[in-house]
Design a protein around this ligand. Structure first.
Ligand SMILES: [Zn+2]
Length: 276
């Protein structure tokens, strides 16, 4: 399960429940067919239509049509869990997108609120781009076989996938080894503390602290900055991570489409970004 948490949650959290299926109080759950919301014919449809329109008016239609088959609205209050993108089947051809309606407050005029929920939506879209059936080789392996590449919860990142190429460039053996040791820590609080120290040591390599959570989160965060920032000549590794996506024409196209639809296009997003 792939989720995005707020900064506050990330450093204070002591109770991530791995494999937990339902987060927060459910507001509505809809089937999506060919990019269209199938109504439940109850009162929650009004909010469902409002949020589904927001998603389809922001994100490129093609991948949404191809992969999203379920849409869930919930809330766990402001902050904490902001949204999610979950694979619904073994070959990663069907996905559920989830948003917390309190964090994605569509009625808000507060610039920070809007920037934050735009970030969440683009981040979640980044997961489906990098973990869908064309990118990931399903497996029953519980533990990574290094010969097969990097193991995500969805399967092995194919060698020529975005994530496969990204890891090869930016998660060279030592870094992955260092991160793996932290990831193996059972005590969640201790693990998050270590992960935050890991971030501080490698600050120049990660666009946000949250990006250190996993390589999957790292690529989703870098993708988000690729859409929201304009970096032409990268100098730091984190800037190189952002411009990594510009080698793929289809991703440039998606970026341009999303930017045309945004309520606010931020200036110097990376430079001005604060996650709290
Ligand atoms: Zn995520």
């Amino acid at each position: 399960m792939i989720r995005i948490y707020s900064f506050l949650y990330f450093i204070t959290l002591s109770f991530i429940v791995v494999g937990q299926e339902k987060v927060g109080t459910e507001i509505g759950l809809w089937t999506i067919k060919n990019g269209e919301i199938i109504l439940n014919n109850n009162e929650s449809d009004v909010i469902g239509i409002e949020y589904w329109s927001f998603i389809t008016n922001t994100l490129p239609h093609e991948p949404i049509k191809q992969y999203i088959t379920s849409f869930r609205l919930y809330t766990d209050g402001i902050q904490e869990d902001l949204g999610g993108m979950n694979s619904l089947n073994g070959n990663n051809s069907e996905w559920q997108i989830e948003l917390d309606v309190k964090d994605t407050d569509l009625s808000s005029h507060d610039e920070k609120v809007i920037l934050d929920y735009q970030h969440t939506l683009i981040h979640e879209f980044g997961h489906v781009l990098t973990l869908n059936a064309s990118q990931i080789e399903p497996t029953d392996d519980q533990y990574q076989d290094n010969d097969k590449g990097y193991l995500t919860s969805e399967g092995y990142a194919k060698e020529d996938s975005y994530l496969g190429q990204y890891i090869k460039l930016f998660w060279k053996n030592d870094l992955l080894f260092e991160w793996d040791k932290i990831d193996a820590i059972k005590n969640e609080r201790r693990k998050l503390k270590k992960l935050y120290t890991f971030y501080l040591i490698h600050e120049e390599e990660f666009v946000t602290d949250y990006a250190t959570e996993t390589p999957e989160e790292d690529i989703a965060e870098a993708w988000t900055f690729f859409v929201l920032d304009e970096i032409s000549s990268p100098t730091t590794i984190k800037e190189q991570k952002i411009t990594f996506f510009s080698q793929f024409p289809e991703l440039i196209k998606y970026r341009n489409e999303i930017r045309e639809n945004l309520k606010i296009i931020p200036a110097n997003y990376l430079e001005n970004y604060t996650s709290d």
